[in-house]
Design a protein around this ligand. Structure first.
Ligand SMILES: Cc1ncc(COP(=O)(O)O)c(C=O)c1O
Ligand SMILES: Nc1c(O)cccc1C(=O)C[C@H](N)C(=O)O
Length: 401
């Protein structure tokens, strides 16, 4: 097929797929610049259209008029658990187990030290996936030093074999940020438990893009950010999940006054709150948190299973378009072909990736570059369509001339 015929064929297919897409209308719930294909929602999600007005109300009325009364009257004080309960169904958790606040890095610290303190006595190792996002590795190193464990990086492919009677805690990423590889959360959780270890999952690159099933798979603890597929905005607060069965024993390394049983008793002795509030630290970042609450409104009536089905269809179609448009040998697909191993992004390795991405962005296709040689394209099914995928791949082909 000639280049022009291939373009017509794929563009027509994209139009048909978009017309059949039951989620296509959700794009109206977002504000996106015209003419841009936005494939970087795995780094910073797009702006939900309701957020600016909601935030204006928080600032002008709740803060400006109600002032201090808003801690009660506007529900500021209870926001971390209330918004945690909005995230809970998206990650397969029953209410009362997810607390919103702080950054992912800080929540990782709480979760890892908390897990180490609950681990079976005599165990010596904290395992982390060797390909992890840097902050996870750095925090795990510090958590290990503080709790007297040895940090052991493992290749995720070898992970279950590495879990043994010395393993206290395992930290894994559900989806690898660079390759887009999806790790087997049910199988690895079961393997960690069979070895008598606790497992902490980082959901930054999976929550909001695919079903997670925290309760169904018996996960112990989990953390994630809200500024990617949950569209909470730059630096929006993260969350931590502590399974209900562990909440009584969870001993936070950051027991701030907000996690006290009676914060306003202001007593010198610390007594932890029951339930999800035990994972709080200090005063919640209300402006970001309430922007996130509004952003989560885009999920009304949306099933994460449908989002996953569209995500796989989009990434399949993008890969097909790349194969047709990009000259042979120019890119290597890093993301696994198998659906069971693919998150919601496609990573392509290429020479001069930094320059290639800069050129793509200048042509209106926004993905990102990860050192040393990876082009990343994140597909957020709530606002990305098949015509976007086709245009991105076609533009990439043109960049390679
Ligand atoms: C897997 C993963 N963990 C953690 C983080 C970052 O955590 P924080 O929000 O604390 O910067 C990111 C992205 O920035 C990430 O991709
Ligand atoms: N959190 C970020 C930030 O503050 C600035 C720029 C990018 C980010 C990211 O989220 C990076 C992202 N976690 C990644 O997967 O590379």
């Amino acid at each position: 097929m000639s280049d022009t015929n291939a373009e017509t064929d794929l563009a027509e297919r994209a139009a048909r797929l978009d017309a059949l897409d039951g989620l296509a209308k959700l794009r109206e719930r977002f504000t996106l610049p015209d003419g841009v294909v936005y494939l970087d929602g795995n780094s910073l999600g797009a702006l939900p259209a309701a957020v600016p007005d909601a935030l204006t109300d928080v600032v002008r009325r709740q803060w400006g008029e109600l002032l201090i009364r808003s801690w009660d009257e506007s529900g500021w004080w209870t926001a971390p658990e209330r918004i945690g309960d909005l995230i809970a169904p998206l990650v397969g958790a029953a209410p009362g187990q997810v607390t919103v606040g702080d950054s992912t890095s800080v929540n990782l610290f709480k979760a890892l030290v908390g897990a180490a303190r609950m681990a079976a006595p005599g165990r010596t190792k904290l395992l982390v996936d060797a390909t992890t996002f840097p902050t996870d590795g750095y925090i795990a190193g510090s958590a290990a030093r503080l709790t007297g464990l040895d940090l052991v990086p493992v290749d995720p492919a070898d992970a279950p074999g590495a879990f043994d009677g010395d393993t206290a805690v395992v930290l894994l990423n559900h989806v690898d940020y660079r390759s887009g590889r999806l790790h087997d959360l049910p199988g690895l959780t079961a393997a960690a438990h069979a070895a008598g270890a606790l497992i902490v999952w980082d959901l930054c690159h999976s929550a909001g893009a695919l079903p997670v099933g925290l309760d169904a798979h018996g996960v112990d603890l989990a953390v994630g950010c809200t500024y990617k597929y949950l569209n909470g905005g730059p630096g929006s607060p993260a969350y931590v999940y502590v399974a209900a069965r562990h909440q009584g024993a969870f001993d936070s390394p950051l027991p701030g006054w907000n996690s006290h049983r009676e914060p306003f008793a202001m007593t010198p002795g610390y007594e932890p709150a029951e339930g999800a509030a035990r994972a709080r630290v200090g005063t919640p970042d209300i402006l970001s948190m309430l922007a996130l609450e509004s952003a989560l409104g885009v999920w009304e009536g949306v099933a994460v299973e449908d989002v996953r089905a569209k995500s796989l269809a989009l990434t399949d179609f993008f890969l097909e378009c790349v194969a047709r448009y990009v000259p042979e040998g120019k890119v290597e697909v890093v993301t696994p072909a198998g659906h069971a191993e693919r998150g919601s992004q496609v990573s392509l390795r290429t020479e001069g990736a930094r320059e290639v991405m800069a050129e793509l962005i200048s042509r209106g296709v926004v993905g990102d570059f990860r050192a040393p040689d990876v082009l990343r394209f994140g597909f957020t099914p709530l606002y990305v369509g098949f015509a976007d995928a086709e245009r991105a791949a076609r533009t990439l082909g043109h960049v390679f001339g």
